[in-house]
Write a protein that binds this ligand. Structure first.
Ligand SMILES: Nc1nc2c([nH]c(=O)n2[C@H]2C[C@H](O)[C@@H](COP(=O)(O)OP(=O)(O)OP(=O)(O)O)O2)c(=O)[nH]1
Length: 135
């Protein structure tokens, strides 16, 4: 089973989806991410993939949901995360779209991610609550 991690990057009340520019699923939208390498934790893998694919340092990395696709033989783990800066350069994707969970499937997005997107919808209002100042 392929161990894959992906990141729902949330900035300014929107989540990033990215279009694959190569490989088997070219043209499909996904959450950026990739395969976990030997010796890495899943969180470490996501931090590395977000740096490689989007040139950003992610923060507040929190487990969201996992799913198993028996057909593709993929175990997918999704984390929510944020960053100080939005990615500016397209490195391995051909397009970035900032959207909300309700509109992710307006695009040709991985069906395997359905349960991840549902969990993101459930958590969305919490994730976007303004942070209370510390007293
Ligand atoms: N990144 C990512 N992959 C996903 C998602 N949903 C989903 O089924 N996948 C699948 C597609 C691929 O079979 C696998 C990820 O493989 P990949 O080829 O992107 O991984 P990678 O970046 O490490 O690959 P590589 O090009 O370095 O070999 O997981 C998703 O939301 N994000």
């Amino acid at each position: 089973m392929l161990d894959v991690v992906c990141g729902a990057l949330i900035i300014d009340g929107k989540v990033l989806i990215a279009k694959r520019s190569h490989g088997a699923s070219i043209g499909k939208f996904e959450f950026p991410g990739g395969k976990v390498e030997p010796g890495e934790t899943r969180k470490e893998a996501l931090i590395r993939e977000m740096k490689e694919e989007c040139q950003i340092d992610i923060e507040q990395v929190e487990f969201l949901q996992e799913s198993v696709d028996e057909n593709q033989n993929v175990h997918l783990t999704c984390f929510t995360c944020t960053a100080k800066e939005k990615p500016t350069k397209l490195l391995v994707h051909s397009e970035y779209i900032w959207t909300t969970p309700d509109h992710i499937y307006d695009h040709d997005f991985f069906e395997t991610d359905r349960s991840l997107v549902e969990k993101l919808q459930e958590r969305w209002s919490c994730l976007n609550e303004p942070k209370k100042p510390k007293s």
